[in-house]
Each structure stands twice: as C-alpha cells, then as structure tokens.
Design a protein around this ligand. Sequence first.
Ligand SMILES: [Zn+2]
Length: 253
Amino acid sequence: MWLNYGVSDERGLVHISDTPRGRSDLHCPYCHTILIAKKGHVLAHHFAHDGPTCNPANRTTELPILPFFHSFTLHLTPKLLGQLQAFKDGRRSATHWLQQEHLIRYNEFTQRHELTKLGQIPFGMLSVNLFSQVHDARLADRHDQLDWWLHKAWKEGNPVARADAETDLMLYRAQWQRVLQCALYVVAIQTETDQFYKVGMTSRPIEERILEIQASLMPHIGAVSMPADMLPFCQNDQSPVCASVCPLFARMP
Ligand SMILES: [Zn+2]
C-alpha cells in the first residue's frame, strides 16, 4: 500500500489527489522527509520520499488502510484466498485456517461448514445492505485495534512505537473521514466498438472528474462518450447533477 497523505505546515494532512505532481512542500507523516507526488498513468497515485523511504511508510502489511477499500479480496494472502476459493468450489480446503479468519463457520443445523458474510465478500455474494453492515463493523474494529496499539505503546513508554501508532491512527481517521466526504460514481464509457464501466470515488463535482477520465483515456483509446442514461450514477446528494441514486452501490462505509 502506498503513502497517500503528506503533511503541510499550514494545511495539515493533504491527500495525494489534492496536490499537483512532482516535488511538494509536504512532509512524510512518519519521518518528515520531503515528499514527491507521483501521479503517472500506470501506478496508483502516491507519495514517494525525496530520499530513502522510512520503515513505517515502507511496510507492506499493517499499514492503516481501510478494510475492503482498496481490495475486495480482504487483503488475504493468495494462499488463503486460494483455500477460500477451493472451499466455495467444494474442493478440499484448510477449513481450520478459514474458520480462524472468520471466513467460514460451522452451521449447527445443516451440520456443515458454510461461508460467513465476510467470506462471501471476495465473491461478490452479499447484497449492498449486508456488505455495508460488515464493512462498517470492520472499519470500527480496525480503528479500535489501532487505538489499542497506541495505548499499549504509551503504557510501555516506547516513544518510537508511540509516534508511529499516533501517525497510524491519524492517517486511518483521515482516510475514514475522506471516504465519508466522497461520492461514489459509476459511469458508462462508450468507445467506437465497446462499452465498459468505471467505478470510483470523488469529493469534487462529477463533471470535473468526467473530464479527467476522458483526458486520461484519450492517449490510449481516443475520444470516448458517456451515454446520457448512465451519466452520472453519482450518490452524493449534494451534487447538483445527481439525478438518480445508483441502485447497485451504497455509500461506503
Ligand atoms: Zn517517511
């Protein structure tokens, strides 16, 4: 997971989407090194250190990311995900591990193991309502866990662990707040030969985002149109162009 936030002396935490590409006046929230905004066309936009990346920002696990937000595969290891798929397909699987991760449970009535709501998420089996319930609970759980780590670091009198835990919690809260302020959109994109869909989130007017999408696709597939009947499926009640609520997606969390 990439670093998405930098710290400004005047503006506090600044998200990558709110700063232009290139060297910035923002600092790493963990080590205070100056950051460079990487906003290319291949990798997800992120901040890089102007120098070596510090250890807390370089973690591949345990970064304070929102559950399910960047991946519907629950950030499971490929091995565990493979076991879950095997279970769903009725093949031999490591039920003990899947149960330990709350992905499956034993049903007393049917006397068989079955996928939990959590375990159904990677396969898109939950309704929006159920997905939101699971998601909300996981968001709160993760927050409580980060809060607990901070208290633990305080108790142990470990200043380095305490500073990292404080930053983790701060970044997590900033992401959560950002999600609540964003609108989810779904747009249909029509090329000369094909049609596909883009799902995303934005805190800016949907028209602005659509112009960006069109500009970013232009070098690859040329001019695209967005059929009026699909434009926009934007679930931000404050949006002046929000004509209808997308029936497929709910506000997250
Ligand atoms: Zn750093």
